[in-house]
Design a protein around this ligand. Structure first.
Ligand SMILES: [Zn+2]
Length: 134
């Protein structure tokens, strides 16, 4: 935790809008080059995308819908609704099309991390299952 909050935020925000990809695990949106250089700011421990183009291809998707700009994820109702309230500030996709690879699902289970599918909201088939009551 030695990095100042500002540089942390800049790192996780897309530096341009070309080649944008969304992480299948946390729906963070960055461009390909940023994923390659920094990995995913939320999931890097697990997915290890840094300098690994195969992993980036596996664990991110260029097909996603909508943006949520989350500057203060903790406490925002949007982030809570999207289950991103524990993540770094940044741009998040509303829905990401795709599924994490099998090995990653296994890895998550092994580490006791619940996988929250990111493609639920805009998928009419899953609206009943995903409905949450509070
Ligand atoms: Zn991620």
């Amino acid at each position: 935790m030695s990095r100042p909050a500002n540089s942390e935020a800049n790192r996780s925000i897309p530096s341009n809008f070309r080649q944008l990809r969304a992480c299948l695990l946390c729906s963070l949106v960055k461009n390909y080059e940023q994923f390659r250089r920094d990995g995913c700011d939320n999931c890097e421990d697990i997915v290890q995308m840094r300098n690994n183009s195969d992993r980036i291809a596996d664990c991110t998707s260029s097909s996603f819908d909508g943006f949520i700009a989350s500057m203060k994820p903790t406490g925002s109702w949007v982030s809570k609704f999207k289950k991103i309230d524990n993540f770094v500030p940044g741009i998040y996709a509303v829905g990401v099309n795709g599924h994490i690879p099998d090995w990653l699902e296994y890895e998550l289970k092994r580490n006791g991390i619940p996988y929250v599918s990111r493609d639920g909201t805009l998928n009419p088939n899953s609206s009943l299952e995903d409905e949450e009551e509070e």
